[in-house]
Design a protein around this ligand. Structure first.
Ligand SMILES: Cc1cc2nc3c(=O)[nH]c(=O)nc-3n(C[C@H](O)[C@H](O)[C@H](O)COP(=O)(O)OP(=O)(O)OC[C@H]3O[C@@H](n4cnc5c(N)ncnc54)[C@H](O)[C@@H]3O)c2cc1C
Ligand SMILES: Cc1cc2nc3c(=O)[nH]c(=O)nc-3n(C[C@H](O)[C@H](O)[C@H](O)COP(=O)(O)O)c2cc1C
Length: 433
């Protein structure tokens, strides 16, 4: 083949690849003309979504034609058609976008058109204890400005739910909507929860002790697998993955008793795991986290986690058992002798219900034994492909380190584009902390 033919063939290939790459974005296009305002959220654990919903309800109550949707579903056509964009975006991982917004950042942002007709108001959620404070929201702001969009006001970057920043955000909403009383931000009211029981999950483990706790909370309201419980003690709030389905009034948690280097214990985990006696009360509320829930359509699930990450995975597993759908559970801890958490419960499930695989970082039985869940995964690329091709969703729960290591193995085995698309479609989600 001559040089020209090569060039033509290469261009055609490039065009085909580009069309394939763009295809999923345009396939989901929706009619947009009727909405002047879009309220958009990028959220990992539900906070940004709640605040965006509040803004949406306020704008609608003031008579605006406003629609709300997750950033991961926004299309270029929608951006061109709307006049105002209200954005609430959190930052996750190490300065990254929440999982559901990764596709937007990596695929859509670089190719978006200029948007000179668009005005925007932006609320970034973050925590200044992380080195890249509100990094994703800041990238969104500079991208919007680069595209010619006009800010309606100074962007607000909230440090750890800082109340002053929230007041400023609410004030700007009130000013733009003309409403004096804004709808509530969907927060559940605090309810008393009574500690019923506490048992160690890993006596003798070389790691910190973790406990299986049960709390009685009559007025907590319903929750679904994937939701979190927020607890308040001594003016401090902490989130915990709920470890059971929400049919009854008892909520279960798996909590690690945090011991700090100076010998002091974690504030909340110390209260839960040691100080509180059964019968004592704490304030609690459900923190809905719909993005971690399993998709509605029944399909297998791949549940991957380490340590107390088993909490969120257990609730999802219970839901899969109820739906009659199989799960593949990969769980990592330290010691094969002491860290078979919830063994009496998990080991009695049939292989049709759950393909249960454990690994232990302090297992000296063989140099070839996988020690971490990412190593377990890496050993089974065909099984992973097969489950994913059957429509399985992937959920990862536990430490940041596990979440990041698993993410890079998944990207290697399935391809970065597949993982990003699965995240955009709700088939790949992480609850890591
Ligand atoms: C979405 C989400 C879900 C969570 N789910 C769970 C869960 O299911 N079970 C659970 O036990 N925790 C969970 N956590 C962590 C939990 O919210 C608290 O951060 C943890 O219990 C420590 O709080 P504390 O008040 O005891 O410690 P603090 O008094 O806040 O002390 C924190 C100190 O301990 C260190 N530290 C914090 N967490 C750990 C840890 N796990 N191991 C070692 N050192 C730590 C910190 O670096 C810091 O120095 C979750 C967090 C998030 C954001
Ligand atoms: C694992 C983890 C990583 C985080 N990384 C960052 C970060 O890099 N920068 C930041 O400003 N905030 C970070 N945060 C804080 C979140 O942005 C903040 O808690 C936010 O309120 C979460 O909102 P969401 O519930 O909508 O996801 C992180 C939080 C968690 C749990």
């Amino acid at each position: 083949m001559g040089d020209t033919a090569w060039a033509v063939a290469a261009s055609l290939l490039w065009l085909a690849a580009s069309c394939y790459w763009l295809r999923p974005l345009w396939r989901r296009d929706q009619p947009t003309g009727e909405y002047q305002i879009l309220v958009v959220w990028a959220s990992q654990t539900g906070q940004a979504q709640r605040l965006a919903n509040q803004a949406l309800h306020a704008l609608q109550a003031a008579g605006h034609a406003a629609a709300g949707l997750p950033l991961g579903q926004v299309t270029p056509a929608q951006l061109l058609a709307c006049r105002q964009l209200w954005l609430v975006a959190s930052t996750y991982g190490d300065g990254q976008a929440p999982d559901s917004a990764q596709t937007f950042e990596h695929r859509l942002m670089p190719q978006a058109p200029v948007l000179p007709e668009l005005s925007f108001a932006l609320l970034g959620l973050g925590d200044s204890q992380y080195p890249h404070f509100c990094a994703f929201a800041k990238r969104l702001e500079s991208w919007l400005r680069d595209r010619g969009a006009q800010p309606l006001q100074d962007s607000i970057y909230l440090d750890n739910q800082d109340p002053d920043g929230l007041v400023r955000w609410r004030a700007s909403l009130a000013q733009h909507t003309g409403l004096h009383a804004l709808p509530e931000a969907d927060e559940q009211p605090w309810q008393p929860a009574t500690l019923l029981s506490r048992s160690a999950l890993n006596p003798g483990s070389p790691g910190l002790t973790a406990y299986h706790l049960s709390l009685q909370a009559d007025a907590l309201g319903p929750w679904q697998a994937g939701d979190l419980l927020e607890l308040q003690h001594a003016d401090q709030r902490r989130l915990y993955s709920i470890a059971n389905l929400g049919a009854g009034k008892q909520v279960e948690l798996l909590v690690r008793h945090v011991m700090k280097e100076d010998g002091s214990q974690g504030l909340m985990s110390g209260w839960l795991c040691q100080q509180a006696a059964p019968g004592e009360q704490i304030e609690a509320r459900v923190h809905h986290n719909p993005s971690f829930a399993l998709p509605d359509s029944p399909a297998p699930s791949i549940l991957i986690g380490s340590g107390t990450g088993l909490a969120g995975l257990r609730a999802l597993l219970q839901e899969q058992l109820q739906r009659g759908q199989p799960s593949w559970l990969l769980f990592g801890e330290r010691s094969p002798e002491h860290d078979r958490w919830l063994a009496s419960e998990l080991d009695q499930l049939t292989p049709q219900q759950v393909l249960l695989q454990r690994c232990f970082s302090r297992d000296n039985s063989s140099a070839d034994t996988p020690r971490y869940v990412q190593e377990l995964l890496r050993e089974q690329p065909e099984r992973l492909q097969e489950w994913v091709s059957r429509g399985a969703s992937i959920r990862v729960c536990g430490s940041m380190a596990t979440g990041q290591a698993v993410d890079s193995i998944l990207q290697g085995l399935l391809g970065a584009a597949t993982i990003k698309q699965m995240a955009a479609d709700g088939r790949y989600r992480r609850d890591i902390y």
